[in-house]
Design a protein around this ligand. Structure first.
Ligand SMILES: *[C@@H]1O[C@H](CO)[C@@H](O)[C@H](O)[C@H]1NC(C)=O
Ligand SMILES: *[C@@H]1O[C@H](CO)[C@@H](O)[C@H](O)[C@H]1NC(C)=O
Ligand SMILES: *[C@@H]1O[C@H](CO)[C@@H](O)[C@H](O)[C@H]1NC(C)=O
Ligand SMILES: *[C@@H]1O[C@H](CO)[C@@H](O)[C@H](O)[C@H]1NC(C)=O
Ligand SMILES: [Zn+2]
Length: 328
């Protein structure tokens, strides 16, 4: 166990240490989003948060990972992922009806909290929680192993990274991002966010960023976030386990595997931040950018809270998840 793992265990009591995208990834996603928020969105978001520091969005980005381990927040544990029951590496896909479990998933959660943050009849604390959930879950859905059921999202695939015994899920959340940046403080996240916004504005992502917003539609949060889930899940086949579980199980991955994975991690963190900004701009202003005025908002309210489906038997993958728990 690393010092850091030990520290987080002490902070969270008996909670498991697995944080989806670690602190570094979630803070970076939020800082990238901050840069692309329209001015009206900044006002909207800061009013709900009651915070206007330079890290106003990043300061709430990991709240959901602590909340899930409290008695009050236990219900939200399945909202951090969608366990896609596909067949990597030969076939990657996500199917909402097949994969979103009876207790909900990251897609139903983004839908629910998008509705709730806009519902001015709710108490302020509920709208605050809704916003904090959105900031976190738009990050989570971009981590490929949050969109994959195999070995409980890679949690039971043992690997080593730089000599440390860990698992495949954990190195995607934490070890690989931290190896790239060298730490996980807010200033490390600011460094990474600044690199990635440079790539988005004028660098290697400038030509593709417009495509990142295709399929985005505030009136259909399920189909919008399913687009993001399918995009992330496709990397399970191409990059996460291109040679199947046997290709990584028991191996040291701090070499060629890191080199191929880190480019996908950077891309996914950049997309998450950019899409989060567009989503919050839609919520606050009715437009992904600052073009349309607020009165359009009412017409674009999502029309339903997604009901959780009942009455289906649990698949083998969903039973394995129940037995494992809802970590990551
Ligand atoms: C947004 O706010 C910034 C900082 O307050 C200001 O410099 C900028 O002109 C504003 N942009 C628009 C489009 O109002
Ligand atoms: C929506 O969010 C509320 C508040 O967190 C929660 O009580 C409810 O179960 C959620 N509904 C769904 C369908 O996820
Ligand atoms: C993986 O590691 C855990 C914890 O160290 C251990 O309990 C488990 O048996 C290992 N699984 C495999 C398949 O080696
Ligand atoms: C990079 O892009 C941003 C936003 O599109 C622009 O304001 C800035 O001038 C560009 N910088 C360079 C060096 O091209
Ligand atoms: Zn999470």
């Amino acid at each position: 166990m690393s010092i850091k793992t030990l520290t987080s265990l002490l902070f969270l009591g008996a909670a498991p240490s697995a944080l989806a995208w670690g602190t570094l990834g979630h803070d970076t996603v939020a800082l990238i989003a901050q840069k692309y928020l329209a001015n009206d969105t900044v006002t909207y978001v800061q009013d709900i948060l009651g915070v206007s520091t330079s890290t106003y969005l990043a300061s709430v980005a990991t709240w959901a990972d602590s909340y899930r381990y409290t008695a009050a927040g236990k219900f939200s544990a399945p909202f951090h992922y969608i366990d896609a029951e596909d067949s990597p590496p030969s076939a990657c896909n996500v199917d909402y009806d097949r994969d979103c479990g009876a207790g909900g998933c990251v897609v139903s959660a983004i839908n629910n909290y998008t509705t709730r943050v806009q519902d001015t009849s709710l108490p302020a604390t509920e709208r605050l929680n809704a916003l904090k959930f959105i900031v976190h879950f738009v990050g989570d859905i971009h981590q490929p192993l949050h969109d994959e059921a195999i070995n409980i999202g890679g949690n039971t695939i043992n690997v080593t990274f730089d000599g440390e015994d860990t698992n495949l899920h954990h190195i995607w959340d934490t070890n690989m991002p931290e190896k790239l940046i060298g730490g996980y403080s807010m200033s490390d996240a600011q460094t990474w966010a600044s690199d990635l916004t440079g790539e988005i504005d004028n660098g290697s992502y400038s030509g593709e960023k417009a495509k990142w917003l295709s399929g985005i539609d505030l009136s259909d949060a399920v189909s919008s976030s399913m687009t993001w889930a399918r995009d992330a899940n496709s990397y399970v086949c191409s990059t996460v386990i291109p040679d199947g579980v046997d290709g990584v199980e028991g191996k040291e991955l701090d070499g060629a595997y890191y080199d191929s994975s880190i480019t996908v991690i950077e891309l996914q963190v950049a997309k998450a931040g950019y899409r989060l900004a567009a989503w919050l701009n839609l919520i606050a202003t009715g437009s992904t950018a600052l073009k349309v005025k607020r009165d359009l908002r009412v017409a674009q309210l999502p029309n339903s809270y997604m009901p959780v489906r009942k009455g289906r038997g649990l698949s083998a993958a969903k039973m394995a998840r129940e037995a494992f728990g809802h970590k990551c």
